[in-house]
Design a binder for this molecule. Structure first.
Ligand code: MG
Length: 280
């Protein structure tokens, strides 16, 4: 046990990670969330549950030529003629970046594009449990898999290599890894990319860990999100399949109205105000 601990410390030191064991590090903003993802059977169970449900629904969705999971395709009368496809997000949907989050906790740092890019270029993210067998089977059924990610376009090569390393299905005839800002209108709202795929494919399922992986307008305040999500309650587990991500996402940014100019102190106050302690 002690030997293992020493070996871990030596490895962290070699990676330039000097674990901060002070109470400050223990109170890192994502300490518990990251610990849950990396240590619990429960997180893995959530992931398998999602992909098992998607697997169970797949044949039915494939056989129904009128079925589509994408709002952007609801009005498309020609969808029954199109090649079937599944759209998946990448981060925390098919690739597990919790080691990056663990580094941030251990170094008592917060997300920065510089450290994120280093992590992505290491191509070291694991497959999210259940994602690889599900997508492999879907591809074998003739379904095209599109990866719609908000990783920046500059990270496409490393992202592809990380996916290829584990054998995730990737088309050889067209670009199915669609990065943010790869084209002019491919913004963080993924609606334009879903609409583009819908022109040529019937979208059987959407799989992601963030509300924005399913519909446009996720980048808005908490109350507006809650209102819009009420009209989509029937979509979950039908054509929309969601993975758990307690560490980051638009859910957290919505609490501070996506305002990056706010000070950490003000953000913390707004987050505390979002709690509901049911005071009399
Ligand atoms: Mg994601």
């Amino acid at each position: 046990m002690f030997k293992t601990l020493l070996a871990t410390i030596a490895l962290l030191t070699a990676l330039g990670i000097h674990a901060d064991s002070s109470p400050k590090s223990c109170h890192h903003r994502t300490f518990d969330a990251t610990l849950w993802v990396q240590s619990s059977v429960e997180w893995r169970a959530h992931c398998h549950q999602t992909y098992n449900l998607a697997q169970a629904a797949l044949k039915k969705r494939l056989r129904d030529p009128q079925w589509t999971a994408a709002i952007e395709q609801y009005a498309d009368q020609e969808r029954g003629e199109k090649t079937p496809a599944i759209i998946v997000d990448i981060d925390e949907t098919v690739l597990d970046n919790s080691p990056y989050q663990a580094r941030l906790v251990l170094k008592n740092e917060s997300y920065k594009s510089k450290t994120w890019d280093i992590w992505v270029h290491q191509e070291a993210a694991y497959p999210v449990p259940g994602s690889l067998p599900f997508l492999t089977k879907a591809a074998q059924m003739g379904i095209e898999i599109f990866y719609v990610t908000n990783r920046e376009a500059r990270l496409e090569e490393s992202t592809r290599k990380n996916l290829e390393k584990y054998g995730f299905p990737l088309s050889k005839s067209m670009d199915t890894v669609l990065m943010k800002n790869e084209k002019k209108d491919w913004l963080s709202d993924k609606g334009s990319r879903r609409a583009m795929i819908a022109k040529t494919h019937r979208i059987l399922m959407l799989i992601g860990d963030d509300y924005g992986d399913f519909c446009s307008g996720a980048k808005t305040d908490k109350v507006t999100r809650e209102e819009s999500s009420r009209s989509y309650q029937q979509n979950w587990g039908q054509g929309w399949f969601i993975l758990p991500n307690p560490t980051y996402g638009s859910w957290k940014d919505a609490i501070v109205n996506f305002d990056r100019s706010l000070s950490p102190e003000l953000k913390a106050i707004m987050e505390r105000e979002a709690f509901d302690p049911r005071l009399p």
